[in-house]
Design a protein. Structure first.
Length: 267
């Protein structure tokens, strides 16, 4: 009886968290709406029990005002390198340097705007039985070109809350499906290239993932962004695909060494 009560209580708590995140993601007053597709491939490498690195390749596509095809324009490509430090079981500190090739990005304008981006980030995890709740804080410096071919510095702060729950297990491992939901608010400095508004946007994200192995996982989600702008508000509905490889090259080397050792032993 007590076990059943605990399960019901856990379910109600999970439902409440999801409802709270969803409510935070509801947006109003859109003027322009775009459909987009965002995809990213992530390569994570463990150095030791405190440090790891990450390298990301990203690309984004968008519809236009005249067509609803979400693959109409390739609007952005990106390269990003991370360094992660695990301060404790609850704190993960990170930094990254990235290059974004912005092209025809609706929120910026229909012009090429190369961008260098540097960020400092901290994630705090609330580890719970059956699910994980986390909050992420990120400060970004964006050095990007405006419509007059001048580079501007844009400072941006992002705050996210994220909920993750395994579906067919209590822990993440091979063969596990999991659900995720998050909401994030952005605040920025006013510039010509990104507009003068202090509130940059709100992004709500919901979807799920699957672990093919302990080191390979795929996430597919729906993202909704609300961007208030002086020239008219914007709503973006995006399908997002993220493929993650953990210690890919280390695992390949191990398999090759094991294969070579097996061949040598047979000889």
């Amino acid at each position: 009886m007590s076990s059943k009560f605990a399960q019901n209580r856990s379910f109600k708590k999970s439902f409440f968290i999801l409802a709270l995140i969803f409510t935070a993601g509801v947006n109003y007053g859109q003027t322009k709406t775009y459909g987009q597709f965002w995809n990213e491939v992530q390569f994570n490498t463990t150095i030791n029990n405190k440090w790891s690195t990450e390298f990301d390749l990203g690309s984004s596509y968008s519809s236009t005002e005249s067509t609803s095809n979400i693959f109409q324009n390739n609007i952005q490509r990106s390269l990003r390198g991370w360094g992660h430090y695990y301060l404790s079981l609850r704190w993960k500190l990170s930094t990254f340097l990235a290059y974004y090739g912005n092209k025809d990005v609706p929120e910026i304008g229909q012009f090429k705007s190369p961008e260098w981006r540097f960020a400092l980030q901290g994630i705090y995890y609330f580890h719970k039985t059956g699910y994980t709740l986390s909050t992420r804080m990120r400060i970004e410096l964006r050095h990007m070109k405006n419509g007059d071919d001048d580079f501007e510095n844009v400072f941006r702060y992002r705050q996210q809350i994220k909920y993750l729950q395994p579906i067919n297990s209590k822990v993440l491992r091979k063969g596990i499906i999991y659900g995720i939901a998050s909401d994030e608010v952005y605040f920025k400095s006013g510039t010509k290239v990104t507009g003068q508004s202090f509130f940059d946007r709100n992004k709500f994200n919901i979807g799920g993932g699957y672990l093919f192995t302990d080191n390979i996982q795929l996430e597919l989600t729906y993202a909704n962004e609300y961007l208030p702008r002086n020239g008219g508000n914007q709503i973006t509905n995006a399908a997002t695909l993220t493929l993650t490889f953990n210690n890919l090259f280390k695992n390949i080397n191990k398999k090759l060494l094991h294969k070579n050792d097996s061949t040598a032993n047979e000889d």
